[in-house]
Design a protein around this ligand. Structure first.
Ligand code: CAA
Ligand code: NAI
Length: 246
């Protein structure tokens, strides 16, 4: 088992990529903290984890609220004594062309995708520094690295994740903490289901592998970065996108 007895917080674990991640991490021996705003789906995922013989808890959180995040991390430490792995996976889109993008949609995406990653990381880091060990993984996107029509707000946050990752890798490397990001391409989840069909057809045509990615494709990248196998990987952004940008 690659994560035996490790305690892993995964935000946005109630659906999509996060759900697949906690199922995989639990199979690899981790105790998972399913941290999501969506209560019903989060509890359902916890049941799925238990059904496959895994261990975990569900904790409702709004990553855009520092207070809520601090409470979630406190609950994780109370339940399992420590945090070894944080996956900053929760994220949202509010797409719109620059000329039409509402300030409210700009702010909402910044609050969840950027401030949320900052709050969660700041909350777990003291525990990791104390033990001289830890893994922090945050979710960027092909949109943040290369830009995407209709995603001014989202691209800004996902590029921001890359910048924060590099900064934290420099600050925390000497404390024994690895900080990395994953930049997925288009993955088959609820987020992509909301994209117009004609856009998706164009996206698939650009991918050398000629398909969308699956949540497991990303969960496996998170697993590598959460495991001991990546102990000398720090400050990198791992692109898991079928080669869409080539
Ligand atoms: N490339 C080039 N041109 C594009 C384009 C694209 N990808 N998407 C739209 N356009 C063009 C349209 O053809 C249109 O051109 P004309 O004015 O010449 O007709 C113009 O831009 C305006 O497009 P719409 O008519 O669609 O404008 P709208 O205001 O109704 O909608 C939108 C704008 C909400 C951004 C809509 O186009 C949309 O949803 N696009 C998809 C955005 C997208 O790719 N989101 C990814 C979500 S998944 C995700 O975010 C995961 C991840 O990390 C990758
Ligand atoms: P999803 O929409 O399927 O799941 C996102 C989860 O995050 C949901 O369970 C939702 O309840 C939760 N969430 C949203 N706001 C929250 C908040 N404020 N606090 C706590 N939880 C919250 O999305 P998906 O596709 O699984 O995305 C996961 C991550 O991967 C996101 O960061 C997304 O931006 C990123 N990503 C997704 C891609 C895709 O094509 N699906 C591509 C590139 C990156």
């Amino acid at each position: 088992m690659r994560l035996k007895d490790k305690v892993a917080i995964v935000t946005g674990a109630g659906n999509g990529i996060g759900r697949e991640t906690v199922l995989l991490f639990a199979k690899e021996g981790a105790k998972v903290v399913i941290a999501d705003f969506a209560e019903e789906s989060g509890k359902n995922v916890l049941q799925e984890v238990k059904n496959q013989g895994g261990e975990g808890i569900f904790k409702k959180v709004n990553v855009a609220s520092k207070e809520s995040v601090d409470e979630m991390v406190k609950a994780a430490v109370e339940a399992y004594g420590t945090v070894d792995i944080l996956v900053n996976n929760a994220g949202i889109t509010r797409d719109g062309m620059l000329t039409k993008l509402e300030a409210e949609d700009w702010q909402k995406v910044i609050d969840v995708n950027l401030s949320g990653v900052f709050y969660c990381t700041q909350a777990v880091v003291p525990t990791m520094i104390e033990k001289g060990k830890g893994k922090i993984i945050s979710t960027s996107s092909v949109s943040g690295v290369y830009g995407n029509v209709g995603q001014t707000n989202y691209a800004a946050t996902k590029a921001g994740v890359v910048g924060m990752t590099k900064t934290w890798a420099k600050e925390l490397g000497r404390k024994g903490i690895n900080v990395n990001a994953v930049a997925p391409g288009f993955i088959e989840t609820g987020m992509v289901a909301a994209v117009p069909e004609k856009v998706i057809e164009k996206v698939i045509a650009k991918v050398p592998m000629q398909r969308l990615g699956k949540p497991l494709d990303i969960a496996q990248a998170y697993l590598y970065l959460a495991s001991e196998e990546s102990n000398y990987v720090n400050g990198t952004t791992l692109h898991v996108d079928g080669g869409i940008v080539l």
